[in-house]
Design a protein around this ligand. Structure first.
Ligand code: CA
Length: 220
């Protein structure tokens, strides 16, 4: 998924960005609340990881503004160990979860998956569609029980489609999810990834909805 990382500590931010990217996420990183607000205007992100102790406007003020504006973006806040009051306030303001610094990267990954499950109303991590199974934790894709090797971006597209099996995703929506600010996007990149997914999973797995985009096939 595409994550907006709001973190002013350069070392912590760089480590988080690297780890999240290694987990297959697209990461845009800002170090101030006002930059985060500007970044959220296109509504391209799937989750915000928000440090509360920021220079200038605080993370809590950013969260309050976001929810006051009706923005439902899932938010995980990061706080210092002794900042119990901030965590309580953050959750009451509409954060979905929190992490106490320093935290293990594995825990962050698990909390991102848990927040995503709740957002999608799913009881379990694994996404299942007919004979196709995708596991966001292990990054495994199985077709009729057999593992299929996908690139990170192929995996991300399939995950996006399987999260909402009845939805049609436009090429722009897929690009938003796959590519951050620093990525150059070839104009046919999504088509190439979809072509490769069909080659690996079968032509019927992904439907082209003319003029609109892509959706999962009815029964792959
Ligand atoms: Ca900070």
């Amino acid at each position: 998924m595409r994550i907006l990382l709001v973190e002013d500590d350069p070392m912590v931010g760089a480590a988080l960005r690297k780890g999240l990217q290694q987990d297959g996420h697209t990461v845009d990183w800002v170090s101030e609340a006002t930059a985060a607000q500007a970044a959220l205007i296109p509504a391209a992100h799937d989750l915000m990881l928000l440090d509360l102790g920021l220079p200038g406007k605080s993370g809590l003020a950013l969260l309050a503004d976001l929810r006051r504006a009706g923005n439902p973006l899932p938010v995980i806040i990061c706080t210092a160990r002794d900042a119990v009051a901030d965590r309580v306030k953050g959750l009451d303001l509409g954060a979905d979860d929190y992490l106490v610094k320093p935290f293990a990267f594995e825990e962050l990954g698990a909390r991102i998956r848990a927040v995503t499950r709740r957002r999608l109303g799913q009881p379990a991590n694994r996404l299942v569609h007919g004979a196709l199974v995708l596991d966001p934790a292990s990054h495994e894709v199985l077709l009729e029980g057999r593992p299929v090797a996908l690139s990170a971006r192929e995996f991300a597209i399939l995950e996006a489609l399987m999260e909402r099996p009845s939805a049609v995703l436009s090429r722009a929506q897929i690009e938003d999810r796959l590519y951050g600010w620093e990525d150059e996007v070839a104009s046919n990149a999504v088509e190439v990834h979809v072509h490769n997914l069909r080659r690996k999973l079968g032509d019927a797995t992904i439907r082209t909805v003319r003029g609109l985009g892509y959706s999962l096939g009815r029964d792959s």
